[in-house]
Write a protein that binds this ligand. Structure first.
Ligand code: THU
Length: 141
């Protein structure tokens, strides 16, 4: 028995909603800049949030935590990214995270990166726009 008055199956939350939800789990006592991320990888959604450390340089961004969770689960094909911060306009992934996202993007022009905030603002790019001519590793021997 459920109290949900909506008819039929409930659609899964969007990637943006998952990023918003993940933001609540950020550990950001130093910067107070809470970041949530959700990535769709090989058809599945993985969440991340920034995790800071008293030794500031050990901090890991939300986007990288989400991508690494996907890889550890065996998912490698990056399809879409959503990031949630309090910033207005919504802030985009840092350069280091763009490079990590590129590693798992077979087609960076087909990966949409959407930045949102809890107030409903939204900006969106492709990964190719965020990291043009990125280092793909194809140059390696
Ligand atoms: N941060 C992220 O989680 N993702 C980004 O793309 C930019 C920065 C985090 C790292 C740190 O915890 C805080 O935001 C301030 O830099």
């Amino acid at each position: 028995m459920t109290n949900d008055p909506r008819p039929g199956p409930v659609p899964p939350p969007t990637l943006e909603a998952r990023a918003l939800e993940a933001q609540r789990r950020a550990y950001a006592p130093y910067s107070k800049f809470r970041v949530g991320a959700a990535v769709q990888v090989s058809g599945e959604v993985f969440e991340g949030a920034n995790v800071e450390n008293a030794s500031y340089g050990l901090t890991v961004c939300a986007e990288r935590i989400a991508v690494f969770a996907a890889v550890v689960a065996g998912a490698h094909r990056l399809e879409a990214v959503a990031v949630c911060t309090e910033a207005s306009p919504p802030s985009s992934p840092c350069g280091a995270c763009r490079q990590v996202l590129l590693e798992f993007a077979p087609d960076p022009a087909a990966v949409t990166v959407t930045a949102v905030n809890p107030h409903g603002e939204r900006r969106s790019w492709t990964l190719a726009e965020l990291l043009p001519d990125g280092f793909s590793g194809r140059e390696l021997p």
